[in-house]
Design a protein around this ligand. Structure first.
Ligand code: MG
Length: 365
């Protein structure tokens, strides 16, 4: 079929990458994979390349940039982990291709650069909350939007106090109650840093000031986010908690295709609960708001420090509460500058990682 959408998947061995290929398998008449990239899992890459007969493969962050430039590619799914995905997002948009973005760090770090290259038709969020808001905004006028309600499950430690979190192990933090995800985002979900990153992501994607982005805990994760309009009407996006739904929407847009998973059955859903987030216990969410409001290079610094701290926690080299302490200590040492270029962001990112390492090794072991 001539009108298949041809896609490249960056980070194909990860959770989002594998679920993207599930969607491709289900809609093989509409989608074709022309490129796959992994950071290191060559075994998974080889198996995927055989299964989907993929002509272009890449290993490592530098090599994957070439796949964003393939003349035959229509859509690049960026499912890389961390700030390492920023350059690929940038080059994808610059090449005039559609960016289906699961790598939220791209926008957190480089939103000021990316949004200059993007339009609502060329940057489609895969993050479930942003996919939800995107859909609630279809057909609406942005000047009639009063605020965004970004929902959060609250993670595995919802309702806990700071004292309860002192001795948390990586195993406990990795056990997310509603979503199945990779290690880095699972830890971020448990600290609510993930929601902080998503707040900054929403700010860039929807050109929304921070005082109009509210985070609300919705433990069932059935409501994926909401938009409130000037007349008091609120639109919510609901669905099964399965990432294949937002992934598929980003690929099928502007169409809708048959559901990749069982739809939500409201007769068995039970109740929907809501609560305000606890910013004292989950300091990462507070720090992310500060970083977002200050803007410039501070979100880049915050994100890099968080990536280092999460890696250290997973390696049992710092405590759970050490994650927020490290992020805050590194943020305090930075004077935010206006974002000007990718090279500048890469330098700031490298400084923040080095500083985070010093903090982790000297103060937070
Ligand atoms: Mg999300």
């Amino acid at each position: 079929m001539a009108d298949k959408k041809r896609i490249v998947v960056l980070g194909s061995s990860g959770s989002i990458g594998q679920q993207t290929l599930d969607v491709v398998q289900k809609h093989a008449d509409k989608l074709e994979v022309v490129g796959l990239a992994v950071n290191s899992r060559v075994d998974i890459l080889e198996e995927q390349a055989r299964r989907f007969k993929v002509p272009h493969l890449a290993v490592g962050a530098k090599n994957m940039i070439a796949l964003t430039q393939l003349p035959e590619a229509d859509i690049v799914v960026n499912a890389c982990v961390g700030a390492a995905g920023l350059r690929a997002s940038y080059e994808t948009l610059k090449a005039g291709k559609v960016l289906a973005l699961a790598n939220k760090e791209s926008l957190v770090v480089g939103g000021d650069l990316l949004m200059k290259l993007a339009t609502p038709d060329t940057l489609l969020p895969i993050d479930s909350e942003h996919g939800a808001i995107y859909q609630c905004l279809l057909g609406e006028s942005m000047n009639e939007v009063r605020c965004l309600w970004l929902t959060a499950s609250g993670g595995p430690f919802r309702g806990k106090t700071l004292d309860d979190l002192r001795d948390i192990t990586p195993e406990a933090a990795l056990a997310h109650p509603t979503w199945t995800m990779g290690a880095k985002i699972s830890i971020d979900s448990s600290t609510l840093m993930n929601k902080g990153l998503e707040m900054i992501e929403a700010h860039h994607l929807f050109a929304m000031p921070y005082d109009k982005i509210h985070v609300v805990i919705q433990p069932q994760s059935a409501i994926h986010s909401m938009v409130e309009f000037s007349d008091g009407s609120v639109k919510a996006h609901l669905g099964t908690t399965d990432m294949r739904i937002p992934i598929q929407f980003a690929l099928s847009y502007p169409e809708r295709w048959d559901s990749p998973v069982e739809p939500l059955d409201f007769r068995t859903l039970g109740s929907l609960d809501f609560a305000a987030p606890d910013l004292e216990t989950f300091r990462c969410l507070y720090l992310a708001r500060v970083a977002g409001e200050v803007g410039g290079t501070l979100p880049c610094v915050m994100n890099a420090a968080n990536e280092m701290a999460v890696a250290a926690f997973l390696a049992r080299e710092t405590t759970y509460l050490g994650i927020a302490e490290c992020v805050e200590a590194v943020m305090e040492q930075h004077r935010a500058q206006t974002v000007e270029s990718l090279v500048q962001l890469e330098e700031v990112d490298a400084w923040a990682r080095k500083t985070a390492l010093q903090v982790l090794q000297t103060k937070l072991r």
